[in-house]
Design a binder for this molecule. Structure first.
Ligand code: DAH
Length: 341
């Protein structure tokens, strides 16, 4: 609507339609559109104001009053509606975004250490208490360190394809370590005696996963090199170890055995819940191994031992299926507590 010559009836009509539109606005967005339409520069009322200039002076004053009060009326109605819609919007936001502070928080379950980790920490702590260090080595190991340096000759059954995961290309001479014993060699090559270390870690053999085997398992190795070390020291250490892990009255026994890297060698058993249970291997470090590592055998001797951690855990906790240890089901892990370290 254009007011070439504004007239009172037109202005009254504009006010009416503006008030109606304001009244019908449902929300702030709608009201904003109404404002542009009825109070904006291009609205009928603004155009009426602009057209006033074209009128003769005597008509201008009277019509000016009419247009002025029309604008004031529409503006007042707009302001009132704006306040009303703002209050409605605020109430809506308050009710929709209300936070019930009395609701219980959604809790994430606390994680827990795997029982093997707990056992490893426990063993590390008890040997650190005896003055040992914890030594580590890589799981991807040089064949030489895993076998040759430990006096395991090339035709030894442990080196056949059945047991060992060889890494391609075969010329790389790398294997997934089949035991933690290569860490003994690394430790002796890097440190001068006296040496007191344990080496916990993951080991690999080409076995099928079943109730008592897993291709990825864990061992802990012990190595002591010092002056005047004898088998009595080995036996005393194993007794202390077994009693710390299985209980104060647990006995150990040694049975003659063979390992290429120890001479003499023994199997260590412990007496638990009324029966003897095989635990691991041990012996006096073979002088050939000491020599490979540049240790003077006229001055130093040492003992070593190695046992499986899964087996230790299974016996101690009456776990009958290896799957429980490797599968990582939280229902199993949780039964060992969430404290750990
Ligand atoms: N390395 C042996 C194995 O994996 C275990 C072992 C036996 C470790 C005798 C030793 C040892 O340190 O003295 O079967």
């Amino acid at each position: 609507m254009t007011f070439n010559v504004p007239d009172v009836a037109d202005v009254t009509g504009s006010v009416k339609s503006a008030l109606l539109a304001i009244n019908e606005a449902k929300d702030l967005a709608g009201l904003k559109i109404v404002k542009t339409e009825h109070l904006g520069d291009k609205s009928a009322l603004s155009k009426a104001s602009q057209a006033l200039g074209k009128l003769a002076a005597e008509n201008r004053a009277e019509l000016g009053k009419v247009v002025g009060s029309a604008k004031a009326e529409v503006t007042a109605a707009f302001e009132a509606k704006l306040k009303e819609l703002e209050i409605i919007r605020d109430l809506k936001v308050l009710s929709e975004e209300r936070v019930d502070v009395s609701l219980p928080a959604s809790k994430l379950p606390k994680g827990g250490l795997h029982p093997l980790t707990i056992l490893t920490n426990e063993i590390s702590d008890l040997f650190i208490g005896l003055g040992y260090r914890v030594a580590e080595g890589p799981e991807l190991e040089a064949e030489w360190l895993n076998f040759d340096a430990l006096n395991i000759p090339a035709d030894h059954p442990a080196r056949t394809m059945q047991d060992t995961f060889f890494i391609e290309p075969l010329e790389s001479k790398l294997v997934l370590r089949t035991h933690t014993s290569p860490v003994q060699i690394r430790t002796m090559l890097e440190n001068k005696p006296p040496i007191y270390v344990i080496c916990p870690g993951r080991t690999y053999r080409a076995d099928e996963l079943d109730a008592t085997h897993t291709p990825v398992f864990s061992q802990v190795e012990g190595l002591v090199i010092d002056r005047g070390i004898t088998m009595a020291d080995l036996k005393g250490t194993l007794d202390y170890f077994a009693q710390s892990i299985f209980g104060p009255n647990v006995k150990t026994r040694l049975r003659p055995s063979f390992f290429p890297f120890t001479e003499p060698s023994a199997e260590v058993d412990f007496f638990f819940n009324g029966r003897w249970i095989e635990w691991g291997g041990c012996g006096m470090v073979n002088p050939k191994v000491l020599e490979v590592c540049g240790i003077d055998t006229s001055e130093f001797s040492g003992f070593a031992f190695g046992m499986g951690l899964e087996r230790t855990l299974m016996v101690r906790h009456g776990i009958t299926d290896m799957h429980d240890i490797v599968e990582g089901d939280v229902r199993f892990t949780r039964s060992f507590g969430i404290s750990g370290r």
